[in-house]
Write a protein of this length. Structure first.
Lengths: 125, 154
């Protein structure tokens, strides 16, 4: 079981979720984040933090497409553990329909390389 | 909190006859001290447990450090403090002898500890999180997709 980032993250990317995630399982694309399903421990801390209400448990109906997308891009996008600056026009896109078809980018975001180093060294519980 | 109450919270249900008649009221909200009490008492049970004790003692080199880490973990889970950052899946993968039955034992001791310290509502809140996390870790550790396939398809 895992939580899943869904459509309304696209071009909003507020990133409040990454600050509270205890297991650093968010990965950053150019205009959205995803959760690595094999790293998420299903604690649910991120869900209420998302201003765009884009994070849902995978037990919610109709999420197969998003679960697949999260799993696929978590393998190729960089890890992100510190909140960056959200897009200046994030609010404009919050709640817009068909964001995936119109705006989704498969390109990676910047992530945070320094934090990745810490993560690699911090495997002890 | 007087000395008897403190001792009762820290060492077990009752430290003397006087305390047995004067149990501290169950805690009804999440605070850092509540998390500290839970972690300390729970891991004292774990270390004394014939099933879990040896597994943990092999894995934990510094118990003070581990208890501090676990306080940070539960603080991050219950109070969204963001203090814990780690990889519990990787940490559990390194454990030798870990089984689904040990997760059940872990949960039983955690429920027992929550029941001793918290009111029903708060205990249920902690247990909901603990069960979800335990299920998630077990999926990561033990789940094999091929076991989902019907025998005829293999």
């Amino acid at each position: 079981m895992t939580y899943v980032v869904t459509e309304n993250c696209i071009k909003c990317k507020y990133m409040d979720c990454v600050e509270v995630c205890p297991v650093d399982c968010f990965y950053e694309g150019e205009n959205m984040l995803v959760i690595h399903p094999d790293e998420c421990i299903d604690c649910g801390v991120c869900e209420p933090e998302c201003p765009a209400e884009a994070i849902l448990p995978d037990t919610a109906p109709g999420l197969a497409k998003w679960l697949k997308l999260n799993a696929e891009f978590a393998e190729v996008w960089p890890n992100i553990v510190a909140k960056g600056e959200p897009p200046a026009d994030a609010e404009t896109f919050d709640g817009q329909p068909d964001k995936f078809e119109k705006y989704f980018s498969p390109n990676p975001g910047h992530g945070d390389g320094a934090a990745n180093q810490v993560k690699a060294e911090e495997t002890a519980i | 909190m007087d000395a008897h109450r403190q001792a009762s919270f820290e060492s077990g249900p009752a430290c003397c006859a006087s305390c047995a008649a004067d149990q501290p009221a169950p805690l009804d909200r999440v605070t850092e001290p509540a998390i500290g009490l839970l972690v300390d008492r729970f891991y004292a049970k774990v270390r004394n447990d014939p099933e879990l004790g040896p597994i943990f003692d092999r894995a934990i080199a510094d118990w003070n450090l581990h208890l501090a880490t676990m306080r940070d973990f539960w603080s991050s889970i219950m109070l969204t403090s963001g203090r814990y950052h780690g990889n519990p899946v990787a940490a559990h993968r390194k454990l030798e002898g870990i089984t689904p039955q040990l997760f059940e034992r872990w949960l039983a001791l955690f429920a027992e500890t929550c029941g001793e310290l918290f009111d029903d509502s708060l205990a249920a809140t902690f247990m909901d999180k603990a069960r979800r996390i335990a299920t998630s870790l077990q999926l990561a550790l033990f789940y094999r997709p091929e076991h989902d396939r019907p025998r005829s398809a293999q």
